[in-house]
Structure formats: C-alpha cells, structure tokens
Design a protein around this ligand. Structure first.
Ligand code: ZN
Length: 185
C-alpha cells in the first residue's frame, strides 16, 4: 500500500471532470490497489473523504470513512469505510443547511457552504453491486463535497458569503461556535 500525494488547488487536474470507472475493471488488481492506496492516503492525511482526482486519478471514485465521531466539524455519525463508484446524487427534499467545510486539496482553510441536506446516493460498490443510500445533515454535505471533486468542483466555488472563508486559526478564533480545539482533517 502506498500513500499517494494529494494534489492541491491550482493543479489543473482538480478541475477536469473525471471519467466513469469501467464496471468490468472493478474486480481487477489495479482497482484493489487503487482503493487500498486511497484508504491509506485518507488515513495518512487524517481526512474523512477522498476522491480519486485528489490523487490525480481521473476516475469517478470516492471513499468515505468517519471513524472519529468528534471531528473539527463537531459531532458526526460513524460511517464505516466504503467505496463509491460512478455515484449520482438526488436531493430528496428542498431543505438546505450550511456547514463549514475543509478539503485536503485546500489545506489550512475552511469555508461555509449551503447544500441540500437530505439526499439519495446511487452508486456501484466495490463488489460491482448497484447500491443506494440516504444521507442527512453533515454526512449529506460530505458526500456532496466528495462527489463534486468528480466534476472538477471545489467547495470554494460554492462559498456564497466570502467573509466566511477563513484560515483554520481564524475560523477557530472568530467563527467556531463550539470553541473546541480542532483536529486537522
Ligand atoms: Zn475536498
């Protein structure tokens, strides 16, 4: 397993829409290696989600794993490691909510983004099975943030109030209502 470097905002490949992953390759050794590397990279960087374009792989694949339920985003539900291949998002209600987001490709920064807060995800899982799940609240934001990467979109594109785009230290000092000490994500 290999920790791969996460490319950062400014790298043009973060802005290229990713290609669908060929379903007949899901059983391949290359795929297994890619997923192991993504998991290793996610852990090494201390993140909760990683999209393949962030390690400069232009396929529509993302992994999400939330082990610690206490994060710099507050309390969020435990979410076991899972792989989302060629995912699609459908909002289930008109309800939106805003959260402060961070990104391994935009290190040291946080920004406030409003998104749909009740969504359904349709995707192919790592065993080639078509699957779907629903997500609410901050977890819905995590999915949308990661899947945006597959379309070449960064959360900074979605910040409407630019006064709520901040360095982490200033976020903690001026914007974090909870006043918790934060861990890097
Ligand atoms: Zn990101």
């Amino acid at each position: 397993m290999t920790v791969r470097p996460v490319i950062r905002m400014g790298h043009p490949n973060l802005r290229v829409p990713a290609q669908p992953y060929p379903p007949d390759q899901i059983e391949s050794n290359d795929f297994a290696t890619l997923i192991e590397d993504m998991r290793e990279t996610l852990h090494a960087y201390g993140g909760i989600g990683l999209a393949a374009p962030q390690i400069d792989v232009g396929y529509r694949i993302a992994v999400i794993e939330i082990e610690e339920t206490q994060t710099r985003y507050g309390e969020i539900e435990h979410t076991p490691f899972d792989v989302y291949i060629n995912p699609r998002i459908t909002p289930i209600s008109d309800e939106t909510a805003g959260y402060w987001e961070g990104c391994l490709s935009v290190p040291g920064m946080m920004g406030y983004v409003e998104r749909p807060q009740h969504i359904r995800i349709d995707y192919t899982d790592r065993h080639s099975k078509t699957s779907s799940k629903e997500a609410h609240g901050f977890l819905a934001t995590v999915f949308q943030h990661e899947f945006d990467h597959l379309d070449g979109i960064l959360y900074v594109d979605r910040i409407e109030d630019k006064s709520r785009f901040a360095f982490e230290e200033e976020y903690i000092q001026f914007h974090d209502q909870r006043g918790q000490s934060q861990v890097p994500e």
